[in-house]
Design a protein around this ligand. Structure first.
Ligand code: GDP
Ligand code: MG
Length: 439
């Protein structure tokens, strides 16, 4: 997908002006590219139509060419189709909040129960009860117990001989007795949607009155994922979607069509088998992943924003307080590109204006685009707290940004170094800086 789109936009960006036929050509490429990425046909059709309308009517900003303007419109439209902002979990006014899983066999329901438990424990010190309502495979209960142990949450089970409806009924009673604040119901799946499964799920829904029915969908199944999502939503009514296995090399086409076809928000994504491999879903980041062309977008951003004195001041203060994180880094990169070479940015730091050491700091705009892709692939928590970036997170970020792990590692290291450096410089400690530049 990425290659195709980049090619399409390159041919556009070489020209000074975009004619109607240019737009038509670009739209054809976009359509093909999205179809190749397994985006649903109807979704592609609507999407292309709305981008075309916006592109034809759009004013081209100063400083960029019409092709880049189209890229920006495509990116904004992708983000919009996927829902603009992250949507939080529905919560019940009184405990417990009940979350019921649904999805085909192997989609990742049981794993997601574990990940969500860990997420809730960490973000709100929750004490969930997990209910084992998949009685068709003997291993399923055991699997949930293993997961429950890993995240330190109790599992309610009654073996494989009890009807899942009864298990849920008694599980709910247990949660009430124990004052659990959350109940997570792990359900059975099938290889395909069938009547019996849907009946069982809808009975469980009637018994447990879930605040949230999370449909778990395997992103690697592409087009099929959309049909599954449509079927579950029509027959059961889901409230949110978890898109798993995004750690693979899928480009995320499923995210676009599932949201468009069901109208239900994607709330989380699964990025691996481990219990911490769950991320809140951010449409803008997924759009970047689908497009994979941050460097062009950056150009557009550059033309759109003017340098903001206030931001510069805030950055300087952050550097001095040593609380500079990857969010600030993004802001800094934006400013850098608007302002020109890095030396100029460094000169904003008090006392730095005439330092000869700055002459050695050169940066290729392409590197900046790559760095930006890496930072965009971090979660907000990771951006705010770079210490979280352990090897498995780095691997995920590498996959998400399409950059090699070594590059991610190098960049984080450089970030650490320049943070120290900037901090020392801002305090006027030239010795510290010399030793760092020398070493
Ligand atoms: P269920 O049948 O829906 O309960 O699916 P499971 O939770 O048992 O998961 C099926 C398989 O997919 C297991 O091997 C999981 O480890 C794996 N899995 C689940 N989520 C993810 C994910 O986000 N990424 C990857 N790579 N594997 C996953
Ligand atoms: Mg399971």
């Amino acid at each position: 997908l990425t290659d195709r789109l980049q090619k399409a936009f390159k041919s556009l960006s070489r020209k000074g002006k975009v004619s109607e036929s240019d737009v038509r050509d670009a739209m054809r490429e976009i359509r093909l590219a999205l179809l190749e990425a397994d985006v649903n046909f109807d979704v592609v059709k609507d999407f292309v139509k709305s981008v075309r309308e916006k592109a034809l009517g759009a004013e081209v900003l100063d400083g960029i060419n019409p092709g880049q303007q189209i890229v920006k419109i495509v990116n904004d439209e992708l983000t919009k189709t996927m829902g603009e902002a992250a949507v939080p979990l529905n919560k019940s006014a009184k405990v417990p909040t009940v979350i019921m899983m649904a999805g085909l066999q192997g989609a990742g329901k049981t794993t997601t129960v574990g990940k969500l438990t860990k997420y809730l424990e960490e973000t709100e010190k929750a004490r969930p009860l997990l209910i084992a309502a998949d009685v068709y495979r003997p291993a399923a209960i055991k699997q949930l117990q293993v997961v429950g142990e890993q995240v330190g949450a109790p599992v309610f089970e009654m073996g494989t001989d009890t009807n899942p409806r009864e298990i849920v009924r008694q599980g709910m009673a247990q949660a009430a007795a124990n004052h659990n604040d959350y109940v997570l119901i792990d359900t059975a799946g099938r290889l395909q949607i069938d009547e019996k499964l849907m009946q069982e799920l809808s009975d469980i829904k009637d018994i447990a009155h879930p605040d949230e029915i999370l449909l778990v969908v395997d992103a690697m199944t592409g087009q099929a994922a959309v049909d599954v999502a449509k079927g579950f939503n029509e027959q059961l009514g889901v409230t949110g979607i978890v898109l798993t296995k995004l750690d693979g090399d899928t480009r995320g086409g499923a995210a676009l069509s599932i949201r468009a076809v069901t109208g239900k928000p994607i709330k989380f994504t699964g990025q691996g088998e481990k219990m911490d491999a769950l991320d809140v879903f951010y449409p803008d980041r997924m759009a970047n992943r689908i497009l994979g062309m941050g460097d062009i977008l950056t150009l557009v951003d550059k033309a759109q924003k003017n340098f903001d004195e206030k931001q510069a001041q805030e950055l300087t203060e952050k550097i001095q307080a040593n609380s500079f994180d990857f969010n600030d880094f993004l802001v800094q990169m934006d400013q850098m590109e608007k302002m020109g070479p890095l030396e100029d940015v460094m000169k904003m730091i008090p006392g730095m204006a005439n330092n000869p050491a700055l002459k050695n700091m050169n940066m290729d705009p392409k590197d900046l685009a790559h760095m930006r892709a890496v930072v965009y692939s971090m979660t907000p928590k990771e951006r705010a707290n770079p210490d979280l970036l352990n090897p498995s997170r780095r691997r995920r970020i590498a996959a998400g940004s399409g950059r090699p792990v070594q590059e991610v590692n190098r960049m984080i290291k450089q970030f650490d170094m320049s943070k120290k450096l900037m901090n020392q410089m801002s305090k006027g400690n030239m010795n510290g800086m010399d030793s760092m530049l020398g070493g």
